[in-house]
Design a protein around this ligand. Structure first.
Ligand SMILES: *[C@@H]1O[C@H](CO)[C@@H](O)[C@H](O)[C@H]1NC(C)=O
Ligand SMILES: *[C@@H]1O[C@H](CO)[C@@H](O)[C@H](O)[C@H]1NC(C)=O
Ligand SMILES: *[C@@H]1O[C@H](CO)[C@@H](O)[C@H](O)[C@H]1NC(C)=O
Ligand SMILES: *[C@@H]1O[C@H](CO)[C@@H](O)[C@H](O)[C@H]1NC(C)=O
Ligand SMILES: *[C@@H]1O[C@H](CO)[C@@H](O)[C@H](O)[C@H]1NC(C)=O
Ligand SMILES: *[C@@H]1O[C@H](CO)[C@@H](O)[C@H](O)[C@H]1NC(C)=O
Ligand SMILES: *[C@@H]1O[C@H](CO)[C@@H](O)[C@H](O)[C@H]1NC(C)=O
Length: 784
């Protein structure tokens, strides 16, 4: 903004100066100053023509010389010498030179480039308090950059490239709030970079290359306009800089960067040029870099990036330079990197790619090298990996993959399934071969989620979390935050920085799957958000460094604080029981959640093995399903289990495929039975006994024997009867005879309405039941 304004200012000044100077002479003192400058610069050839009658304000601008005047004063002075101009002789005094220069107090632009100027930069220069652009490149200044420079508060561009400045960047640069360009390339500056760099909010260009800066790059995430970050050839690191996402060019070449590329890089939609070559990066190469929307140049040469490339990896078509040389990559060269018709430079020598070329190492080389740089072998990594992973995730983690939630859910389900519980025969795993999700990147999944589902839900957008963030939320997974444990996972409660609580499921993966494998699951996961599901907020994963496979997955869910539905219905010693109206509402919530799982996503999720202990209540007592089935993961987590369970039962399998939705209906019936009876049901024969009682009650039109005493009497008969009937039908032995989820919902809503109406009836004289439903829809017949 400030910059734009100043451009306009320049333009106006320039036009004015042209108009004005035809009629107005430069003040003679300014002429004297220029002539003195000429003299101090040792009368260089390109200033030969200057003399006391030169009309300075109306010189034809040349690349080597531009003077702009305004109202008799010089506002711009550009003097550009020959490239490689030698140092001015010993007799030159930078002090006299600057003393002369400051007699041009209106200067807003001063460029003195390649003039052989030498000496320490005099602080007197800061008397040019209107300066907006200062370019002193390619001279021989030495000493430190005077901190007083920060008093030039109009400064927008400060360029001191190609001198021999030493010391650090001056303190107080952050008071240069208009600064848009800071370039100090090719000097001998050293020391660490001050955090205050991160507050130069208008900075567009930060170029510190070819110095000796060391240490971490300060957090630059507030520099929202930063387009160019050039840190080449310093000793910065080890963490990848934190940069905001308007960045167009990142050059980290030849530094001391070690930890992997943060996942955030995937959001750099304007990134065109990425050069992180010749560092000490370890960890997986983020292949999605090759398909960033604007990317044209990728150089990761001479690092220790690991991971597998695939032939069908996508690339941005405008990619014209890719250097993967000297890393530890395996797999195949992506076909989009095989130069075809278009001009494209691709180098990949010195990896372990299966290209058949001599310039590739055998795969064992990459493995060993990975070990040599401290990357742990697959079998020992478990203990140590979290340190490395932490480091990685501090930088943002890598890849986008995720998976997970699903795994966790399955694992937990698996765990729960081992407890004696009521369930119809075989309800594990959906081997749903037709389930194929397209493998878009997480990024896309996030967009979909954001665009389509969020508003209505009031949930934050699905996102990736850093491990650091989760550790902070749980006080390093402190035992006080521990909620529960399954055979493969633990559940923790965490509090995010914004104060909200989350449930974090931590899952160790068993097999070595790369992130690609998990993409579909992540995508699916990010879509599984519904008011009556405990919805996913995001994920975080760790992976092994040696082969980029996922080592641990953290699934972050909304935290549902009010306990399980059972704890409000049938647990012993409960303080408060749900009323009939609340029970119907909870049942409707569960049914809506099921309906969403069956029909709200494509393909639907069936065979979810619902249990009342997996239904949680939120602060408004809205029911949320906390455990559901993600079929694709079955192959991964439950392989061994599956084989045992399904061995030979083809009949079941095909029946299940045909009536897959009806298994969930049965489970729902069991939940409903507990809601109605108020008795905890844990065994299958308990279901049978209660179901018989239910039938007897319905037939005898006497609910008292089966219905929870707490509600008996407080509910309308018609409402209760409707619930009992639908419950009974859900529990039908033959899946074909069980109602559809729509039918179930319809009946529950009817039960709710007649209940409301009966209450209204008892409170007012107008007892007419106004129901949009036709009672002929009511299916009262019970088939057996
Ligand atoms: C310009 O300089 C010349 C000698 O270099 C001198 O004779 C002349 O008086 C000067 N003119 C003005 C206007 O100062
Ligand atoms: C400084 O000025 C010189 C001469 O005009 C120019 O070549 C160079 O690009 C400028 N430096 C920057 C960083 O713009
Ligand atoms: C900086 O130094 C590099 C080589 O060290 C050189 O190629 C580049 O032209 C120099 N840039 C400037 C602005 O001096
Ligand atoms: C730059 O300054 C350092 C320290 O003052 C000195 O050692 C070095 O030789 C200088 N380099 C050049 C190119 O003048
Ligand atoms: C960088 O700063 C931003 C805001 O100033 C903060 O949100 C972010 O967590 C910081 N990142 C790191 C890695 O410190
Ligand atoms: C590079 O980083 C490592 C830590 O990762 C540090 O020990 C080392 O001193 C750094 N090297 C330089 C030259 O700063
Ligand atoms: C790729 O990087 C290697 C190692 O830094 C370098 O030797 C090679 O010249 C680079 N290739 C190209 C085409 O620049």
């Amino acid at each position: 903004m400030a910059e734009k304004v100043s451009h306009i200012t320049f333009l106006v000044l320039f036009i004015l100066s042209i108009l004005v100077t035809y009629t107005e002479q430069l003040q003679s003192s300014q002429i004297q100053t220029l002539l003195r400058i000429q003299q101090l610069l040792n009368n260089p050839p390109f200033l030969k023509s200057w003399n006391n009658v030169t009309d300075f304000c109306n010189l034809e601008p040349r690349p080597s010389l531009t003077i702009v005047c305004y109202e008799g004063s010089i506002t711009q002075l550009h003097i550009i010498g020959d490239e490689g101009a030698p140092q001015l002789p010993e007799s030159f005094s930078i002090d006299s030179f600057v003393t002369t220069l400051v007699r041009l107090p209106s200067l807003t632009v001063l460029k003195l480039v390649s003039l052989g100027l030498w000496g320490p930069l005099p602080t007197k220069l800061t008397r040019l308090s209107s300066l907006e652009i200062l370019n002193l490149s390619s001279n021989f200044f030495h000493g430190t950059i005077p901190p007083q420079i920060s008093s030039l508060t109009h400064l927008q561009t400060l360029i001191l490239d190609g001198n021999n400045f030493t010391g650090g960047l001056p303190n107080g640069l952050d008071s240069l709030s208009a600064l848009a360009v800071l370039s100090v390339k090719n000097n001998s500056l050293y020391g660490s970079l001050s955090e205050s760099l991160g507050s130069l909010e208008n900075l567009r260009v930060l170029a510190l290359s070819n110095n000796k800066f060391s240490g971490e790059v300060p957090n630059l995430s507030s520099l929202e306009n930063l387009q160019i970050l050039d840190l080449e050839n310093n000793a910065l690191g080890p963490r990848f800089p934190v940069i905001s996402n308007k960045i167009e060019r990142i050059v980290l070449r030849k530094n001391n960067f070690t930890f992997g590329i943060p996942e955030k890089v995937q959001s750099y939609n304007q990134l065109e040029h990425l050069d992180i070559s010749s560092n000490r990066f370890v960890g997986p190469f983020l292949v999605s870099l090759l398909s960033l929307p604007s990317i044209a140049y990728v150089n990761i040469a001479d690092n220790k990036f690991t991971g597998m490339l695939f032939e069908d990896l996508p690339c941005n078509p405008s990619l014209h330079f890719v250097n993967l040389t000297l890393n530890l990559l395996s797999g195949k060269l992506p076909s989009c990197l095989v130069p075809s018709s278009k001009p494209m430079v691709v180098s990949y020598a010195g990896n372990c790619l299966a290209t058949g070329d001599k310039n590739q190492h055998p795969i064992s080389f990459c493995k060993n090298e990975a070990l040599a740089v401290g990357i742990l072998p697959h079998h020992e990594k478990r203990k140590k990996v979290s340190k490395i992973a932490l480091a990685l995730s501090v930088t943002g983690g890598i890849i986008g993959a995720i998976i997970l939630v699903a795994i966790a859910l399955l694992v937990v389900r698996n765990f729960i399934a081992q407890r004696p519980l009521t369930k119809p025969p075989v309800r594990f795993i959906e081997e749903n071969a037709s389930t194929s999700y397209t493998s878009n990147f997480l990024r896309d999944a996030r967009y979909i989620t954001r665009a389509t589902m969020l508003g209505a839900l009031g949930l934050p957008a699905y996102r990736t979390f850093s491990l650091e963030e989760l550790e902070e939320a749980t006080n390093n997974f402190d035992t006080s935050t521990f909620i529960s444990e399954g055979s493969h996972d633990q559940m923790y409660r965490g509090q995010l920085k914004n104060g909200s609580f989350v449930a974090i499921r931590c899952l160790k993966t068993k097999s070595s799957y790369g992130t690609q494998h998990f993409m579909p699951h992540i995508e699916l996961m990010s879509k599984l958000r519904h008011h009556h599901l405990v919805s996913s907020l995001g994920h975080c994963f760790e992976y092994y460094l040696d082969d980029s496979s996922v080592s641990r997955v953290f699934l972050v869910f909304e935290y549902v604080p009010n306990g399980t539905l059972r704890s409000w219905i049938s647990e012993k010693h409960i303080k408060r029981k749900l009323t009939w109206v609340q029970r119907i509402a909870a049942a409707i919530g569960v049914a809506k959640g099921i309906q969403f799982l069956h029909t709200g996503i494509v393909p639907g999720l069936f065979s979810n093995n619902f249990k009342i202990t997996d239904i949680l209540l939120d602060q408004n007592l809205a029911a949320k399903i906390s455990s559901y089935n993600l079929p694709l993961l079955a192959e991964y987590v439950r392989k061994d289990h599956l084989q045992n369970v399904l061995s030979g039962s083809n009949d079941f399998k095909s029946a299940r495929v045909r009536h897959q939705d009806k298994f969930d209906i049965y489970d729902f019936g069991v939940i409903l039975l507990e809601i109605i009876s108020g008795k905890p049901i844990n065994l299958r024969n308990e279901v049978e006994v209660l179901k018989d009682q239910l039938l007897a009650s319905i037939t005898a039109d006497d609910a008292s024997s089966v219905v929870d005493r707490v509600i008996n009497g407080s509910c309308s008969n018609e409402s209760l009867k409707t619930m009992m009937e639908i419950c009974y039908r859900c529990l039908h032995k033959d899946p074909v005879d069980r109602p559809s989820i729509e039918d179930v919902l319809w009946n529950l809503q009817f039960a709710s309405q007649v209940q409301d109406a009966s209450r209204a009836d008892s409170h007012s004289s107008d007892g007419s039941l106004i129901s949009p439903m036709q009672s002929s829809n009511l299916k009262l017949t019970i088939r057996q």
